[in-house]
Design a protein around this ligand. Sequence first.
Ligand SMILES: Nc1ncnc2c1ncn2[C@@H]1O[C@H](COP(=O)(O)OP(=O)(O)OP(=O)(O)O)[C@@H](O)[C@H]1O
Ligand SMILES: [Mg+2]
Length: 284
Amino acid sequence: MSAPGVLDITDLRIGLQANRSVELLHGVSIRLEPGERVGLVGESGSGKSLLSLSVMGLQPPAIDIRSGSIRVAGTEVIGSTEKQLDRLRGSTMAMIYQDPMSSLNPVRSVGKQIIEEIRAHRTVSRTLARRTAIDLLGSVGVRDPQHTVDNYPHEFSGGMRQRVMIAMAISCEPALLMADEPTTALDVTTQAKIMELLSNLVDQRGMSVIFVTHDIALASSFCSRIDVMRRGEIVESGATVTMMTGPRHPYTRALLGSICTFDTDPNQPLLAGPADTATPGGAR
Ligand SMILES: Nc1ncnc2c1ncn2[C@@H]1O[C@H](COP(=O)(O)OP(=O)(O)OP(=O)(O)O)[C@@H](O)[C@H]1O
Ligand SMILES: [Mg+2]
């Protein structure tokens, strides 16, 4: 048997508890090696968040994990108790969400939240955890961290809040980072800065990343491999260079066809997506 990857998802099937006939993920398999960055790309509703949340053991209660396996650094997530999951979350795996405002507590200072996260996983004094929080905020580019550590989430801009979320996610140096559309809510300039920050942090700390996005161009700039997801299935998986230059699946071609570049012929219509290019019979 091969050594466990940082993440091994095998033939994962997920459905709705209330309806046996509804299946949302149809046998998804993903393996992530140490230090690898994989882009999970697909349209809205394809199952990207469901997959990411399931890895963290945070799938919504209406969801039923029917079969398959999710192993994080060799530990099975499916069927783990909350206590076991808490040990994995933060220390081995962490997640950055699309909307930092809904994942930060609005009535606690960001410093307190980072300190809590650190102390939930490490036996360190409050003073040392606070110093670590200040260092972390500095390392993610939050200005004047000695003072802003005591600010509340609403006192930060959207980009700065996302930096705070990143600081919290990396606070216990997880091996696996799940980033679910971490920059979608941000303007393009802030998006570029956050992506650069993420890239540097991931390299410095040797983390493995699942980067979830509907933007294949963004995924290609950050990831060495791309898994294309559609309707609850991975329809194509491969090295970024190969996929960007020779996509095999019609859906991947449609995603690439909808990228707008400055050398696009203005007389050619933009492809709207899979509906324009779907093969007869509806290839997945
Ligand atoms: N709590 C829930 N109850 C029932 N169905 C759900 C729930 N959450 C997600 N789903 C369904 O699961 C499928 C996948 O949703 P998911 O949120 O994973 O998509 P996504 O790829 O992340 O989309 P987006 O790009 O819009 O974030 C959709 O059909 C959605 O309706
Ligand atoms: Mg989503």
